[in-house]
Structure formats: structure tokens, C-alpha cells
Design a protein around this ligand. Structure first.
Ligand code: ATP
Ligand code: MG
Length: 424
């Protein structure tokens, strides 16, 4: 127990972390291009925030949250998603009083008591964007385009965008009636949870993963047929915007998504190579959420992208990702007596901005040079012997194998030049 991380969590070691940093750098650049500013909300919130926003009848609130009482007797939940926190921050800092829309992105760990398997963990990472304060269907298209541009830039091909509209409270009322009628005729096929959901939020039944409920949902009445004029026009305009920028999508009238707060647009981006976990990104519009959280009526739209799955997809599709950085210089010593000299030189190089490391094992020069080779360094420096007596060191280019003597006072200059040259 002491030597394994909790089920559903993982360590990301340096080789792997380099890939994550690459993803994160690309995400930041993409958000800069699209005009989204970074929000860093806390990792835990009051439980009530998620109950109110994500919804009581959702999988997340019903069975996936890490909830505990803190020492002050408050009910706290590790965030299972971050749209709720973003909306809370929007209200807490009166962002609705400034220019709209407020465009924010976040990135970091989320926590859900899911069943761990490839691409599904209990601590996983999401990147998400939220554009709060405008109705314009072009901004729904903007967030979808941002997600697609990011994936395309990273080199992930053959993504599928599934799109649907689940209307607004006005048109959903009528749909709810039709859906309830249909479901009550087929009660025998519904799972126990969905029987309860029927009363509280029948739309949730459409998102159930149980076999019986899924077979039902293929013949179920479709929300698209019940959209009011405003919702239908919004959905049409969104589709025209997507087509205008070459973002291909398919309509999936059965998709409702797993959170209660969505209105109008919902979408999912999938990559089929991922086996059972195909969804990389999911999002939609949430025009009632800000009000639900105690603010003024305010529209919003956004998505969350699963970075663990995105990385898996990139690796499976054969995209080359950067590896951990290697030292430019590796210092070795002729004898034990040269150790302090080597350490001083090491520190001088680092302070001059040259990445450097040394052998700390007091091994033979041969063994140290082997270690230098394994480190992937560009230059090995040998400190000691006659060279040191002459105030110099031996510098070996590990790529060409060429070795030369360099005066200590010229070393930094020589290294700068050679590193610059070889980088060309
Ligand atoms: P799923 O149906 O796979 O459980 P979801 O609908 O619960 O997904 P969202 O809440 O929409 O997922 O979260 C957005 C994205 O976050 C998902 O598309 C997925 O890439 C990622 N994600 C969600 N849950 C997990 C998890 N447990 N482990 C890894 N990634 C996850
Ligand atoms: Mg889920």
C-alpha cells in the first residue's frame, strides 16, 4: 500500500512530463490566439456548488464525487469539473460588470470516482474554455473551432464532431412531456436509477450507459423536432458558422451530455482509435447556469477536453512528441582529487545558462564517460590530468567524437559558440 499510488491515480515521470508540457504549451498558445485568459480556480469547492450546477440527477453528483467534511464541519468536494468554479469566479469577482463576453480557460486535475481503465482515471486532467455573457451562435462555433484547431495543430487527424441542440426551458417543457410519455410506456426496460431519474430529470435517461436504457434511446422522441423558433435559428446559425470555417460535424439527435446545465448547443469530439473511451472533448451552451448559481441571467458556452485521452490519442496515432531535455554538458573527472574543481566548473556553467551535470559516483573515467554518453549530452568535459595543470580541460563532442583542449577562461565562450553552431 505504501508503495503504490491510490487506484485511478498515476505518477507522471520526467519523460512523460515533457509530453504534458508540450501539450500545455500548445494549449496556452491556442488560447492566446483565440483571446482566452487563464483562470486558476481552487481544486476544491463547497459541495453545494456542484449539486446546484452539475445537477443532482447526474452520474457525477450521484456517484462520482470525492466529498468530505473538513475540520470546520463544511462539506467540501474535490472538483469533478471546472465550469461550476468558473461561473462561481465570474460571480464572485463581478466579472459580469465588465465587457462581455468574459473568455476564460483553465487546465488541471479533476477528480471523479470512475471505474479506472485505459483513458479513465480517478484523477485526470482537463483543459477547458468558457465564454460567458453572449448568446451569439458564432461563439459556440468559436469554442468548437478552438478545440479542433488545437487538435489539428498537434497533429491529431480523423476527429469526429457530434452536434445536437437540446433547446431551452421553453421548448424542453413540451419535449419533456413527449419523452415522459414514451418512457412510461417502456418502463420495464429502464434501469433502477433511471426509474428514479424519470421523475427528477427524464433527459438524464438518454445519457444512461446501461444496456437496456440504451436500446430504448434509439427510438425515443428527438429534441430537435421540438425546438422553438429561437433555438432552431440559433442551431442553424451555428451550423452555418461551422461550415464557413470548414469544421465538419455530424448531427447526433440522441446526444444530451452528462451535465444538467446545458441548453441549446451540445457537442462532443471523439477519436475512434481510443477503444471504449472515445470522447476527447465535450461541451455546450449553458444559458441558465449563471442564474442558477445566484447571478443575473447570463448566457455562456464552453467545453472540457480530457488531456489524458488526448495524449493517448496522439501516441496511438504515431505523432512524435518531445522527450525530456538532455544536459548540454556532462562533466567527468580523471581522479577523485579533481572532484571539487569539477563541481566548481559545473556550477559556473549552470550560472552561465548552460545546462550541465556531472558524475557523482567517484567511478573510473571510463565508467563516467559511459554515463556521459547515456545522459545524451552534447559535450563531455574531462577535468584533471595534464590539461588541468595547464589551466585547461578536455572537451569531447559526443556527436562527432572529436576532442580538443580548451583553456578554462575560454570554456564558456567556446561552448556558447559550438552549441549555437550545432543547433543550426
Ligand atoms: P465519459 O462519458 O467518458 O465518462 P463524460 O461525459 O463524463 O465522459 P465530461 O464530463 O464531458 O466527460 O468531461 C470532458 C472530457 O473529460 C471527456 O470527454 C474525457 O475526455 C475527459 N474525462 C472525463 N472523465 C474522465 C476520466 N475519469 N478519466 C479521464 N478523462 C476523463
Ligand atoms: Mg463520466
Amino acid at each position: 500500500m505504501l508503495t503504490t499510488a491510490p487506484r485511478g491515480t498515476r505518477d507522471i515521470l520526467p519523460e512523460e512530463a515533457a509530453k504534458w508540457r508540450y501539450l500545455e504549451d500548445n494549449i496556452r498558445e491556442c488560447c492566446r490566439l483565440y483571446g482566452y485568459g487563464e483562470l486558476r480556480p481552487p481544486l476544491f469547492e463547497h459541495t453545494e456548488l456542484f449539486q446546484r450546477s452539475v445537477g443532482e440527477a447526474t452520474d457525477i453528483v450521484e456517484k462520482e464525487m470525492y466529498t468530505f467534511e473538513d475540520r470546520g464541519g463544511r462539506s467540501i468536494t474535490l472538483r469533478p469539473e471546472a465550469t461550476a468554479s468558473t461561473v462561481r469566479a465570474y460571480l464572485e469577482h463581478n466579472l459580469y460588470a465588465g465587457p462581455q463576453p468574459v473568455k476564460l480557460y483553465y487546465m488541471g486535475p479533476m477528480f471523479r470516482y470512475d471505474r479506472p481503465q485505459a483513458g479513465r482515471y480517478r484523477q485526470f486532467s482537463q483543459f477547458g474554455v468558457e465564454a460567458i455573457g453572449v448568446q451569439d451562435p458564432a461563439i459556440d462555433a468559436e469554442v468548437i473551432a478552438l478545440a479542433l484547431d488545437l487538435c489539428m495543430h498537434l497533429g491529431l487527424k480523423d476527429l469526429a464532431v457530434e452536434l445536437n441542440s437540446i433547446g431551452c426551458p421553453t421548448c424542453r417543457k413540451e419535449y419533456r412531456q413527449a419523452l415522459l410519455m414514451y418512457l412510461s410506456e417502456h418502463k420495464d426496460k429502464l434501469c433502477q436509477t433511471c426509474l428514479g431519474r424519470m421523475e427528477r430529470n427524464p433527459l438524464r435517461v438518454l445519457d444512461c450507459k446501461e444496456e437496456g436504457c440504451r436500446t430504448l434511446t434509439t427510438a425515443v422522441p428527438q429534441m430537435l423536432q421540438y425546438l422553438c423558433t429561437e433555438c432552431a435559428e440559433h442551431f442553424q446559425a451555428l451550423q452555418r458558422c461551422l461550415e464557413a470555417v470548414g469544421a465538419r460535424y455530424t448531427l447526433n439527435p440522441a446526444m444530451v451530455r452528462g451535465l444538467d446545465y446545458y441548453t441549446k448547443t451540445v457537442f462532443e469530439i471523439t477519436w475512434s482509435g481510443l477503444g471504449a473511451q472515445t470522447a476527447i472533448c465535450g461541451g455546450g451552451r449553458y444559458d441558465g447556469l449563471v442564474e442558477e448559481c445566484g447571478g443575473p441571467p447570463t448566457p455562456g458556452v464552453g467545453f472540457a477536453m480530457g488531456l489524458d485521452r488526448l495524449l493517448l490519442a496522439l501516441e496511438q496515432s504515431g505523432v512524435t512528441l518531445p522527450t525530456a531535455s538532455k544536459p548540454a554538458v556532462y562533466i567527468t573527472t580523471v581522479s577523485k582529487d579533481d572532484n571539487q574543481e569539477a563541481f566548481t566548473l559545473l556550477t559556473t556553467l549552470r550560472r552561465a545558462g548552460i545546462s550541465a551535470d556531472k558524475d557523482y559516483r567517484q567511478a573510473s573515467l571510463r565508467a563516467q564517460l559511459k554515463a556521459a554518453n547515456r545522459s545524451g549530452c552534447h559535450f563531455a568535459i574531462i577535468v584533471g590530468g595534464e590539461e588541468l595543470e595547464r589551466g585547461a580541460v578536455a572537451v569531447r563532442n559526443m556527436i562527432s567524437g572529436e576532442q580538443k583542449e580548451v583553456k578554462q577562461e575560454q570554456l564558456i565562450e567556446v561552448l556558447y559558440e559550438s552549441l549555437k553552431e550545432d543547433a543550426r
